[in-house]
Design a protein around this ligand. Structure first.
Ligand SMILES: [Zn+2]
Length: 94
C-alpha cells in the first residue's frame, strides 16, 4: 500500500498533485514545496511575500478575516435639524 501525502505549495497554498511540482531546499535546511515555476520564481527570485500577493490563498484568507472583523457601518437615521429659533427682540419703543 502506497500512501501519497498531498503537499501544499509553499507560496500559493494550493495542493500539489503527487509526482508534480518542485522541492526547493534552502541552505539553512528548510524545505519548501512549489506547485509551479511561477510560485518558485515569485518567492525565490522576485522575493514576493504570499501575504501581499493577490493570487495566493494566504492573501484571500487574511482578506476574509479582515472583512469579518470590520463590521459594516450601521446606517444612522439622519438627525433632523432643529428648527432655528428666532429670538425676537422686543422692539424698543421710542
Ligand atoms: Zn503554488
Amino acid at each position: 500500500m502506497i500512501i501519497l501525502a498531498i503537499k501544499t505549495c509553499g507560496f500559493c497554498g494550493s495542493n500539489i498533485e503527487p509526482g508534480t511540482g518542485t522541492i526547493y531546499v534552502r541552505r539553512s535546511g528548510n524545505i519548501v514545496d512549489f506547485c509551479s515555476r511561477k510560485c518558485r520564481v515569485n518567492m525565490i527570485n522576485l522575493k514576493r511575500v504570499p501575504r501581499r500577493t493577490k493570487w495566493t490563498k494566504e492573501y484571500h484568507t487574511i482578506k476574509a478575516m479582515r472583512k469579518d472583523s470590520i463590521k459594516p457601518p450601521v446606517e444612522e437615521t439622519p438627525v433632523e435639524a432643529a428648527p432655528e429659533t428666532v429670538q425676537e427682540t422686543p422692539a424698543s419703543s421710542e
